[in-house]
Structure formats: C-alpha cells, structure tokens
Design a protein around this ligand. Structure first.
Ligand SMILES: [Zn+2]
Length: 150
C-alpha cells in the first residue's frame, strides 16, 4: 500500500477525524482532472486551519481549496463571499448581517427548498451533505454573542 494509512478517516495533515463524502461530491467539485481520483473513499477535513479539503481513505492523496470549485465554508467561515448554503445561495455574512427575523426567514427558505426537493447538497456543498447543521450552529453562536442580553 502506498501513502500513509488514515485510520478511520483521520486527516493525514492535521490528524483530526474527517467526514466521509459521497463519490459524486468529489466528482462534481474537483477542479482537477477526475483521472486523478483514485478508486477509494474520500473524506472531508473540517479543520479550519488545515489546508486539506479532501483526503483519500489511505491518506495517500489530498486535495486543497485550490482544487475545489466552491469556497469551502469550514476553511473560510468569515470570508465575505463564503457560502454557507450552497444550494440556495446564502452566505455566512448574509446571516451575520441579518436581523433575528431575517435569519429565521433564511432558515425557512432553506427548509422550504429541502421540502420541495430543490437542493443538491451532494453536488454543490463541498462537505457533501446538507448545510442546515452549519446554519444552525452559526445561529447558535450568534445568539451567544455578548451584544445580546441574556
Ligand atoms: Zn486536516
């Protein structure tokens, strides 16, 4: 076997546990020739400071942001144009700048899109799954801000 073994999907660079991604996510989002893709499972690294976005199951191959079509929210959560919802085009900045009411409208818009089967998270979101967990985590984080009186 070539490359370092990544036990249970551990990122070969930062050593944190990743998240498995569907094959079509990699195929859809890589900017490089898909001939480079190996016949193995790929994992997504969520560590903000780690340059790796995807790594192969054996840890022998990695792809970074420069190899991915979309800006990866987990790597650049404070970027002005970084999407948080890749299917319905909401950025993290949109949510931060919105009033409490508008934030709920954004969540309702995402939920309505999911209900109507209009999302394609596996093809558009680099993490290969729905954005709602990230959106809810951001909302939670914002509601804990000191500007908010508890
Ligand atoms: Zn990593």
């Amino acid at each position: 076997m070539t490359g370092r073994y990544a036990p249970g999907g551990t990122c070969p660079v930062c050593g944190k546990h990743g998240k498995p991604v569907p094959g079509q996510t990699i195929k859809s989002l890589l900017t490089v020739s898909l001939r480079l893709r190996r016949e193995q499972d790929y994992w997504f690294c969520r560590t903000e400071t780690c340059p790796v976005v995807y790594f192969s199951a054996d840890g022998g191959q990695t792809f970074g942001q420069e190899n991915v079509r979309a800006v990866v929210y987990q790597k650049k959560p404070h970027g002005a144009d970084t999407p948080i919802c890749y299917c319905f085009q909401h950025t993290a900045e949109d949510i931060r700048a919105a009033s409490v009411e508008s934030r709920l409208e954004i969540v309702a818009d995402i939920e309505a899109g999911i209900q109507a089967d209009q999302c394609a998270c596996d093809l558009r979101n680099p993490q290969g799954s729905c954005c709602l967990g990230n959106v809810n985590a951001l909302l939670k984080e914002l509601s804990r801000r000191p500007t908010h009186t508890q």
